[in-house]
Structure formats: structure tokens, C-alpha cells
Write a protein that binds this ligand. Structure first.
Ligand SMILES: [Zn+2]
Length: 155
């Protein structure tokens, strides 16, 4: 990953090549929303139970999503692993959704989730966030390009 959206309050120590040819690195914290590297790992990145803390507000890409959640919007990240659960949850809300198919590398395969029908429909590709606004409409918060690459690598 070459594009870093370094958080202003978090230092980011570059890798150092030593005289013997080895490299010294500082472990980096990735955003728990999109995987973008934010800077050096800090003690506050782990809570008292050993779980990673939510640092999405440090991420320029995820900050708008956190604001939407705080305002009461419902959000789901659509991934290869979550698509079934997201589809089930939308079903329980009475919202039509189905896999979105595309021709990729000689095969037709599911690349995301299509929500709604007609003019109102939206497509959340794997890695994207589906947002149910307070007005009852769906929008898509696209994954940053680097996150899409990592989502495809895990298929
Ligand atoms: Zn993020």
C-alpha cells in the first residue's frame, strides 16, 4: 500500500534500512473500517480486553460514515463474508436485495449486492458500505481503491 492517509494526531515512522541490509519497521495501525494505514500503532489501539479500538474517526475515508452512524443511519459493509447476513437483514426490513453479477476474468460471478429496484436501486460492490439514510433511501459509500484490491485478494 503506497497511499497513506496519515492521521494528524498519529505519527508515522518510515521504515529504516540498516547498515547490514536489514529493515527496521514500526508496526502500523490500519483503519478497522477500510484497512487504510493510519500511522504508528499506539497503546490506545488495544482496549483493556485486548480488542482493537475503533479508529475510523481518524480515517478521512471512514469519518463521513461514522458521522452518518452517529446521526442514526444504518450501515453495512458488503464483503464476500458479510453479503449473506446483509441480505438477511435487508430481507427482515422488507427490502429487496440480490447478488450483483458481472463478467470477470472469463466467469460470471457475484461482485456485490444490488439493493432495491428500478431507478432507486443501488449497487454496493464488495468492500463498499451500504447506507440506509434517515429518509429511507440507500446510498453507497465506496471503498477506497486499496481496500478493493485487498477484498479481491481474499476471494
Ligand atoms: Zn477507514
Amino acid at each position: 500500500m503506497t497511499e497513506h492517509d496519515t492521521s494528524p494526531q498519529r505519527p508515522s515512522t518510515p521504515d529504516r534500512i540498516n547498515p547490514d541490509g536489514s529493515t527496521t519497521i514500526r508496526v502500523k495501525r490500519a483503519c478497522n473500517g477500510c484497512g487504510t494505514l493510519l500511522g504508528d500503532l499506539a497503546a490506545l489501539d488495544v482496549d483493556e480486553h485486548g480488542n482493537l479500538t475503533d479508529v475510523r474517526t481518524e480515517c478521512a475515508h471512514c469519518r463521513p460514515l461514522v458521522a452518518l452512524e452517529a446521526a442514526g443511519c444504518k450501515t453495512w459493509q458488503v464483503t464476500v463474508r458479510s453479503i449473506g447476513d446483509v441480505d438477511d437483514q435487508l430481507d427482515r426490513l422488507g427490502i429487496f436485495a440480490k447478488g450483483y453479477w458481472e463478467y470477470v476474468d472469463g466467469k460470471t460471478r457475484v461482485v456485490g449486492l444490488r439493493v432495491g429496484s428500478g431507478e432507486e436501486r443501488v449497487v454496493a460492490r464488495f468492500g463498499d458500505w451500504l447506507v440506509l439514510g434517515l429518509d429511507g433511501r440507500f446510498t453507497v459509500h465506496s471503498a477506497p481503491a486499496a481496500a478493493v484490491v485487498s477484498a479481491e485478494a481474499t476471494r
